[in-house]
Write a protein that binds this ligand. Structure first.
Ligand code: T4K
Length: 395
């Protein structure tokens, strides 16, 4: 029978640069006595991200949620917006906060992203935009979504929170659409403690975003629109600059963990692995989602989640439930059936995947999953009794 891990294995864990290095970077902030409001490190970080994404049209914000909200506001998005029910709450919150009305369309069973056919079927005269998510860093069917957007005169915005480092035929995924938002939260492949990046298509919009995050100031005294305070600070930018130096190596490490899981979880009845990246796609290995079919597996996703916890492994049911089933959304009419999204949300489990995890640990986790699935009693009889603290800020 497997042995519980000594230390909690969490779904993710941020890479932190050597403490001495961050400390020496802090000296520059102290010397400058400049800690926020578009300081020198934020400007340097912006320039580095412009090189990273191969575009000048980059605006940095304090976090991904504020960035998405700012982006939607600046694009003037109101009215009905077709979006995915299979995402983190922040995607849909941004729509409601800017006065738009989310219309949920179903997702593709393989990529878990918006199904273009379902999007097209949901369009009405009130539709103004599509807000799609490259969930788990896997690209949406951009060609199909773009064709639909053009045909119907809609804006196309991507929540690319998970998509840092993903390229399609060598081109950064975040260049697609009218605008993309990348989250730089500590739980992401690449982070700046907190942070958000907006990538748009023209200089005028970039300047509006830069003003919008700074209360709408354009020039010293004039406020040209009702902006907000969504400015990144120097401590975040310092972290971002230092993590950026290592990000390619971090993605390589993630790839090895992904490969270990794939090798050791293959052909397990009732467990479906996500498809490996299609040719031409450079993946970032942000998450390792699997599906647990209770009929074939003999246990539910929640039973497996609980069994893993008893061995000190804290996988997560990202993203369950679907957004319209969250208490805050239950008042909204859900006009389209969402059978695929509901099935995926009921079966999905994100196994631990981060750059600090070794392939050996992933192999042990995979063996534990196998043991729990082939003999679910293992999860009930052995391991620790939970009630232990779940390592999440949300408890
Ligand atoms: N759109 C999408 C599609 C998103 O997924 C997100 C955020 C957003 C928009 C909004 O972007 P931001 O405004 O956040 O930039 C986490 C993250 O807080 C959130 O950023 C992320 N998506 C979401 C998928 O995951 P929780 O509630 O699951 O986080 P939490 O605190 O439970 O942390 C998860 C695990 O990470 C913990 O078990 C332990 C580990 N951890 C976490 C933190 C914060 C650490 O080891 N160290 C840490 O400092 O939401």
């Amino acid at each position: 029978m497997p042995v519980p891990f000594d230390q909690p294995i969490t779904v993710t864990r941020p890479y932190l640069p050597p403490l001495e290095k961050y400390r020496s970077g802090l000296a520059e902030i102290w010397d400058n006595a400049w800690v926020t409001n578009n300081g020198p490190l934020v400007r340097r970080f912006t320039a580095a991200l412009r090189r990273q994404f191969g575009t000048e049209h980059v605006s940095l914000m304090v976090n991904g949620t504020q960035a998405l909200l700012a982006g939607l506001e600046v694009l003037g998005i109101r009215g009905d917006v077709i979006t995915t029910p299979f995402t983190f709450a922040a995607t849909t919150h941004a729509l409601l906060r800017c006065g738009a009305h989310p219309v949920f369309a179903d997702i593709d069973p393989d990529t878990f992203n918006l199904d273009p056919a379902a999007v097209e079927a949901a369009i009405t005269p009130a539709t103004r935009a599509i807000l799609a998510v490259h969930v788990f860093g896997r690209p949406c069917d951009h060609a199909a979504l773009q064709a639909i957007a053009r045909r119907h005169g809609l804006r196309l915005v991507y929540d690319a929170a998970h998509a840092f480092g993903v390229t399609v035929e060598g081109r950064p995924l975040v260049l697609d659409g009218d605008m993309s938002m990348v989250s730089l939260h500590a739980t992401k492949v690449f982070h700046a403690i907190e942070g958000g990046v907006l990538i748009c298509q023209d200089q005028a919009t970039t300047e509006r975003l830069d003003a919008f995050r700074d209360f709408g100031f354009s020039g010293a005294c004039d406020v040209s629109e009702i902006g907000t305070n969504a400015k990144m600070n120097e401590f975040q930018a310092l972290m971002g600059l230092q993590v950026l130096e290592h990000v390619d190596e971090l993605i390589k490490r993630r790839r090895l963990v992904d490969a270990a899981y794939r090798e050791h979880l293959a052909e397990l009845p009732g467990l479906t692995l996500s498809a490996p990246p299609a040719p031409g796609i450079r993946h970032n290995f942000a998450y390792f989602p699997v599906l647990i079919d209770p009929e074939r597996a003999g246990l539910t996703r929640d039973e497996l989640l609980d069994g893993l916890r008893r061995y000190n492994v804290f996988a997560r049911a990202y993203f369950h439930p679907v957004i319209p089933d969250l208490r805050a959304y239950q008042h909204l009419p859900c006009t389209h059936p969402l059978p695929v999204a509901r099935r995926i949300a009921a079966q999905v489990l994100a196994l631990p995947l981060h750059s600090e995890l070794t392939p050996e640990v992933a192999t042990r986790i995979a063996e534990l999953v196998r043991a729990l699935m082939t003999s679910p009693e293992n999860g009930k009889l052995h391991g620790r009794r939970t009630g232990e603290v779940v390592p999440s800020a949300r408890g």
